[in-house]
Design a protein around this ligand. Structure first.
Ligand code: PRX
Length: 655
């Protein structure tokens, strides 16, 4: 067995519990139906799960591949589907969101209350001039207003661009500018780790030079921070909502009406604005939320721990759960504040039955020790999900045993910002689960693993993960950049003469095991995955070289037992600085600089000040060798370096 085989070999299997299977939402017939008629299967889901003001007659138009149109002649309102229709069906009193603030304040909103708030917010946005197709940037903490804001924008047929609250003013600004946002919705602050972090100052900084498309800033009062105020531009959310009319009738829009833009890191320095539209996206978000988590909306309490600033928050805090009329928990703060059992306390308090979180969180809890979860009653849990990065089998088993009481199915779900919704996952009650593997494509989804020549690798081998058929929640493009969309995802496996046989390149390496199950190995491009967050090496390198003391920089993702990968930067200082500053000083300045330029999530774990970087004769930096240094391994093959002595210079400096 090769190293990689033994690493990925896993003998433990967990067959579905017969009692669970008997009650399960999903059954194996879903696979049969989708196999027999893939498009018919998705059309069924779209009709069953959503309300269409005008029913569609065509399921997929792929003639202009890779620009797909799903359910294109149908019309619907996404916000109506997530709100009003549940109230009209008599479920207005069901709790939509049990929200818990970090300091312990809480608020439960029923579907009727959430609908009423979204109607007022939609009227308030209308009076600020927001119309169909306009872009609205949302930069908020995890508070109910974030959900209200997203649904109010969607209700108007406008497009939201949520920017994670941990991103810097600089990152916010580039996203506002790229999308030409008309309005920004923010807050005076939010709670994190026992303190209020500011948000409004970053908005002020992003708009400071006045050269902006933004006309109004709506500010939610949350943190009681004192904020600077620009008259004529800034308005309090609560004032505007109080002044707005209570009634708002949702108008239907085309199924392909843009719903949101969400920026994510790619291989270049500039983040890509991933565009999602309405009907197909909502269909797959709702279907996957129901089938993958075995959702019973009348009795379950769902909790997805992701921030709405990421795609997981879009699809499994907002659109999936609300389209399905589910009850969910939303939590503002960090898992360990004010005590390390905070999450488990919330599960006990709200009797959470389905938990969806990331491996990095699970590994952190493993380190903290089982005594914390064991203080609480977690017996309400019946399904556990994982997302964002590969889950190591030990963490998977710990999750099932310690959190799930040794009985809950664990589903490892593979997908991306671009795919919009879950693509590869076990189905609880149907699939025999296998720790560490994302396992099988969902019904209606087709994936494969190909070698460089577009040949399927077959069982037992590794290659590039591709999606071989269009899917409803697929990205419809990169905002303002159709060329980059085609180049990034669709050109590598483009079959000449049959344009509609294009395949989607995910950017992940994967392996099929002897059963045909998918093991996702991680990115094959210059994208890093730190605690389940996507970061680009290029973006961090550009931030570093924009600092006056830096001459050159190279960034790698080094494996890290807590965060999966960690950012490690190698920096050459300008000659004068190298004399004036110690390496420790320079490194501290630059770590802070990256956090300020991009956001705290991008702050390098380590900055190593070196005098040389390993380059090939054509001048390309050999990151593989730097990764060896960062991970403390023996340095690999250096024969292709322009100067083979460079690596010993680097390791000597670092000693
Ligand atoms: O590398 C894969 C990893 O996360 C990337 C997508 O990141 P993002 O667009 O931020 O979306 C994250 C949440 C959907 C993928 O290219 N990834 C995501 N889920 C898994 C995963 N890697 C392994 N196993 C997973 N379950």
């Amino acid at each position: 067995m090769s190293d990689i085989d033994s690493l990925l070999h896993e003998d433990r299997r967990f067959a579905p519990d017969p009692d669970f299977a008997a009650q399960a939402v999903a059954g194996s017939e879903l696979y049969d139906r989708a196999k027999a008629d893939r498009l018919g299967f998705w059309a069924d889901q779209a009709r069953e799960l959503l309300h269409w003001s005008t029913p569609f007659t065509q399921t997929l138009d792929w003639n202009n591949a890779p620009f797909a149109r799903w359910f294109a002649d149908g019309r619907l309102n996404v916000s109506y589907n997530c709100l009003d229709r549940h109230v009209e069906a008599g479920q207005g009193d069901r709790v939509a969101i049990h929200w818990e603030g970090e300091p312990g304040d809480s608020r439960s909103l029923t579907y009727a209350e959430l609908t009423a708030e979204v109607k007022r917010a939609a009227n308030a946005l209308t009076s600020l001039g927001v119309r169909h197709g306009d872009r609205v940037a949302i930069y908020l903490p995890m508070i109910p207003e974030a959900v209200v804001a997203m649904l109010a924008v969607a209700r108007l047929g406008a497009v939201h661009s949520v920017v994670f609250g941990g991103f810097s003013a600089e990152s916010l600004r580039s996203r506002i500018d790229d999308a030409n946002a008309k309005v920004v919705i923010t807050a005076d602050g939010g709670w994190r780790k026992g303190k209020v972090f500011p948000l409004k100052p970053a908005v002020d900084a992003a708009l400071a030079d006045g050269k902006t498309s933004v006309e109004s800033v709506l500010v939610v009062k949350r943190g009681e921070n004192v904020v600077d105020w620009t008259d004529g531009r800034d308005r309090w959310w609560h004032d505007e909502l109080a002044a707005a009319a209570a009634e708002h009738e949702a108008q239907p829009f085309e199924a392909e009406n843009p719903l949101f833009i969400l920026y994510t890191s790619g291989t270049t320095g500039k983040p890509k604005g991933i565009l999602h539209t309405s009907g197909g996206y909502l269909t797959q978000a709702a279907f996957t939320h129901k089938a993958v988590f075995d959702l019973k909306p009348e009795t379950d309490v769902f909790w997805c721990t992701a921030d709405v600033g990421w795609v997981t928050g879009h699809s499994y805090v907002v659109y999936g759960p609300l389209a399905n009329g589910a009850t969910q928990v939303m939590y503002e703060g960090t898992p360990d504040t004010p005590h390390p059992g905070r999450w488990w306390e919330l599960i006990e308090k709200y009797k959470v039955s389905i938990l969806y979180t990331a491996p990095t969180a699970i590994r952190t809890f493993m380190k903290l020790g089982r005594e914390h979860p064991q203080k609480f009653d977690l017996s309400s849990l019946r399904v556990l999900g994982s997302v964002g990065e590969p889950i190591n089998p030990e963490a998977w088993i710990w999750y099932r045993d310690i959190i799930g009481g040794g009985k809950t199915p664990v589903v490892d779900t593979w997908w991306q910002t671009e795919t919009g919704a879950i693509m590869v996952s076990a189905l609880p009650g149907v699939t025999t689960t296998k720790p560490g593997s994302a396992q099988v494509p969902l019904p209606g989804i087709s994936v494969d693993v190909l070698d460089e020549n577009a040949k399927p690798v077959g069982l037992g081998s590794g290659g590039l993960l591709v999606v071989t058929e269009p899917w409803p929640a697929m990205l419809r493009g990169i905002w303002g950049d159709p060329e980059r969309f085609i180049e990034t995802y669709w050109e590598k496996f483009d079959f000449e003469g049959s344009p509609n046989r294009r395949m989607y390149l995910a950017g992940d390496g994967a392996r099929l095991d002897e059963d045909g199950d998918v093991w996702v190995l991680g990115r094959v491009d210059d994208v890093m995955n730190v605690s389940g967050h996507r970061l680009s090496t290029m973006e961090i390198e550009s931030a570093l070289v924009s600092h006056p003391i830096v001459a050159e920089a190279a960034v790698v993702g080094a494996s890290d037992e807590n965060t999966g990968q960690a950012v490690v930067a190698f920096v050459i200082l300008r000659a004068k600085q190298a004399e004036a500053q110690t390496s420790e000083e320079a490194s501290a300045i630059l770590r802070a600089w990256v956090a300020e330029q991009i956001g705290a999530i991008a702050r390098p774990r380590q900055i190593l000040i070196v005098s040389e970087l390993p380059k090939t004769r054509s001048g390309k930096i050999m990151r593989r060798l730097l990764r060896d240094v960062a991970e403390g391994r023996e340095i690999g093959d250096t024969t292709t370096l322009a100067d083979t002595s460079v690596m010993s210079v680097i390791t000597d400096t670092l000693k």
